[in-house]
Design a protein around this ligand. Structure first.
Ligand code: 5AD
Length: 340
């Protein structure tokens, strides 16, 4: 098994059955994490990129079975920020030194591509990259957003098991999800995807397929997080995802896509106080602190007890593991290519 990991470190390829073998064998976990950490260091360096996350609307037309802000959860107090409020948060993030602003929301079509384009144009007056995480739209809408200057887009595939995808996402189509991702790639967005680890009935084999899908798409970013059961969703009686398994998927993703951006996700730290640091030492190089107004944060509960980043603690923690906070835009490969 160590030989397999060594091979992946050099060639950045593994077959599905090799990935499955590694995911199923826990005695090699430390070796796997250490190897992914080395690849991360060689390809992206010791800098950790911070992305300021603005959750600007929790209104959502989707009804994903695991998600706390799903359409059919009547207990959520819904909000939608005004353009001025979004820009105020972006200003604050820029003044705080962030080099990337992530605009995230439920699938809220009140925000037309044209309206979002106005917001993007206003933020792009600053020297920052803009990432969108707003869900599925048409090619034409994505084009409007790209033309307005958006640099990156996050859209997790969530799972590549088509049957499971259908069960988890009523009324949605796996084909359209993939169409969106390939459209985003072809429009020149740095494209992020990723999966939930621990969905009911999810197999190790399908997690291996997820990793191979990231490779096939040539994803520029991959966000992986364990499922955290939300009590107001149809999955309320299920178990939380396994943190170690999620970190293994992350580490294997780093071996196969050595120069991409991989966040240590909030879901990992929510499950375990050391979760974020463990991820940073197993291939991750990005953290996404939430800069949304406090009154909104509590209503953006995709899962319960979502933790936030304590900046000064983060600085000390990073120092302890030999890492620094980046002042660059942090495109794929830790590059600072000219912004659009
Ligand atoms: N637990 C963990 N992650 C979740 N997400 C949504 N609901 C949950 C949950 N209950 C993730 C999805 C989505 C991202 C924004 O949040 O993967 O893509």
């Amino acid at each position: 098994m160590q030989k397999l990991i060594d091979k992946a470190k050099i060639e950045h390829t593994l077959s599905k059955s090799e990935i499955v073998d590694i995911l199923k064998e826990d005695s090699i976990n430390q070796y796997l994490f250490k190897s992914a950490d080395e690849v991360r260091k060689n390809f992206t360096g010791n800098e950790v990129h911070l992305r300021a996350l603005i959750e600007f609307s929790n209104i959502c037309r989707c009804d994903c079975k695991y998600c706390g802000i799903r359409r059919d959860n009547p207990k959520v107090e819904r909000y939608r920020l005004e353009k001025d409020e979004i820009l105020k948060l972006a200003d604050f993030a820029v003044l705080s030194g962030y080099k990337t602003i992530v605009l995230q929301s439920g699938e809220d079509i009140f925000f037309t591509a044209e309206y979002l384009a106005e917001i993007i144009t206003a933020i792009k007056k600053y020297d920052v990259a803009v990432t969108l995480s707003i869900g599925e739209r048409s090619y034409e809408e994505y084009q409007v957003l790209k033309n307005a200057g958006a640099d990156r887009f996050l859209l997790r595939i969530e799972t590549t098991d088509e049957n499971l995808y259908k069960k988890m996402h009523p009324g949605m189509s796996f084909e359209n999800r993939k169409r969106c991702l390939y459209d985003l790639k072809s429009l020149g967005f740095e494209t992020g995807t990723g999966s939930l680890v621990g969905l009911p009935e999810q197999t190790i084999e399908s997690l291996a397929d997820d990793i191979l899908f990231y490779k096939e798409l040539n994803a520029d970013m991959v966000g992986i997080g364990p499922l955290i059961v939300h009590p107001e969703t149809p999955l309320k009686d299920e178990k939380n995802g396994d943190l170690i398994l999620a970190i293994k998927v992350l580490a294997l993703t780093r071996l196969l896509l050595p120069d991409i951006n991989i966040p240590a996700t909030t879901a990992m730290e929510t499950l375990h106080p050391q979760g974020r640091i463990m991820a940073l030492q197993a291939g991750a190089n990005v953290i996404m602190p939430n800069v949304t107004f406090e009154k909104c944060k509590k209503n953006y509960e995709i899962y319960p007890d979502k933790v936030s980043v304590d900046y000064s603690k983060l600085e000390t923690d990073l120092k302890q593991i030999g890492r620094t906070i980046s002042k660059k835009h942090g495109f794929r490969g830790n590059s600072d290519r000219p912004l659009t």
